[in-house]
Write a protein that binds this ligand. Structure first.
Ligand code: MLT
Length: 407
């Protein structure tokens, strides 16, 4: 008898953004003419940077000619892209990451979900609350948790991220084996200082733990004191894997390109306590299950690192950060406490009531889609996340609607 993976039965609801899309579809069906403004899922709205478009065209033309045609590429990514990433994103910031420690993929969502295949089922996992739901749900699917009660799964160590700790948790007193961190943070928009990351790296070294560091939003950092990579922190290469994405950095949510950094010095342990580097394990997994990102898309990603590409993504992301400033200011004027939105495209708003009710109210009274904080975890209850990914005139229209409904 073929049996299902019953761990799926433990999942609490459908995937957060699918659930929101369902509710929005249902609402739209009751009044198809309604103009709904989407500030929910963090999906980009601006076209790809011209440097990326030009590179895509050139690469497509190469594929049209037999002398420059390419079939399967290296699963880990072409050297031209891995080298550009290593130089610009790491070496230029003093982090000694080599090109062969970079694994190009089709998304940080998939990579953060797939990486847990490398670890034993019985490890102890620490998860911030609120958190990007993929980290939790994939561990539930893999059978690393018990069932959920009151919005939390047994077996996980939750790290509350609240206004009191600036939405950056300190390491727990007890030892854990795997820690998920994401800065600039999704959903709260908070950032972590070098000292805060150093405390986590020191903790991981002491406890022979591993940090999974999601830096998908690093391109929105404008404060020069903030680290962009965990590898800017001493000792991180032995205890951290970092995830990056071109999705938000360069508008690739539909184009798909990302990468994961697994330093050769990064270790995990056998049951007998023998140290094993994770690089060959991830390489094995990646080459077995993935056939690489398409050549034109990797050329487009490479173009992000050209001088013009860098100027264009800076302008692109400054535009979204400008939206974030408009949202922050409006919500403040309307009397709400807000966090995030300064080095991040997400604004975390304290609602004063339960988050799904507030979500429903914004949808039904102002036709604005946001993301209810409770969908990211128990500590997200009482908040909503507003995404700055939209056009400026649309964001201004959304803020005008909020003013009109007198929240
Ligand atoms: C979000 O809105 O949290 C993100 O867009 C989801 C994702 O990157 O998968």
């Amino acid at each position: 008898m073929i049996r299902i993976n019953e761990n799926f039965d433990k999942l609490q609801a459908s995937y957060l953004f699918s659930e929101i899309a369902r509710r929005v579809r249902e609402y739209q069906a009751t009044g198809p003419a309604r103009s709904i403004i989407r500030l929910g899922i963090g999906d980009v709205t601006e076209p790809l940077p011209p440097a990326c478009i030009a590179a895509l065209h050139r690469a497509v033309d190469e594929l049209a000619v037999s002398s420059s045609f390419r079939g399967y590429g290296p699963e880990q990514g072409y050297d031209f892209l891995r080298e550009a990433i290593a130089r610009a994103d790491f070496q230029a910031r003093g982090a000694a990451i080599d090109a062969d420690e970079i694994f190009v993929s089709d998304g940080a969502k998939c990579d953060t979900a797939n990486i847990q295949e490398l670890f034993d089922r019985r490890i102890k996992i620490a998860i911030p609350d609120p958190v990007y739901p993929v980290y939790v749900d994939t561990n539930v699917m893999a059978g690393r948790t018990g069932s959920a009660r009151g919005g939390r799964y047994s077996g996980l160590v939750y790290l509350p991220c609240t206004a009191r700790n600036g939405f950056v948790p300190s390491p727990p007193r007890r030892a854990v084996d795997l820690i998920y961190l994401c800065y600039p943070n999704n959903p709260t928009g908070a950032t972590a200082t070098r000292e805060q990351l150093q405390a986590w790296v020191d903790y991981a070294r002491t406890n022979r733990a591993l940090i999974l560091f999601d830096a998908a939003y690093e391109a929105f950092i404008r404060d020069p004191a903030l680290p962009h990579s965990i590898y800017e922190v001493d000792g991180a290469q032995e205890v951290a894997i970092e995830f990056r994405s071109f999705s938000k950095t360069a508008g690739f949510t539909g184009t798909r390109c990302a990468f994961t950094v697994v330093p050769k010095r990064c270790l995990a342990y056998t049951a007998a306590g023998a140290a094993r580097p994770l690089h060959p394990l991830w390489n094995r997994r990646h080459t077995t299950k993935f056939n690489g990102v398409s050549y034109p898309v990797q050329r487009a990603a490479e173009a992000v690192y050209s001088d013009e590409g860098q100027a264009q993504i800076r302008a692109l992301n400054d535009g979204y950060l400008g939206n974030a400033a408009v949202i922050r200011q409006t919500m403040r004027q309307l009397g709400f406490k807000v966090a995030g939105g300064e080095n991040s495209p997400y604004i975390w708003v304290r609602t004063g009531c339960d988050s799904w009710s507030f979500f429903d109210r914004l949808l039904k009274e102002a036709q604005i889609v946001t993301t209810p904080g409770a969908g990211f975890g128990r500590c997200g209850e009482g908040y909503i996340r507003i995404s700055a990914f939209n056009r400026r005139d649309t964001v201004e229209e959304a803020m005008e609607r909020l003013r009109r409904i007198a929240l």
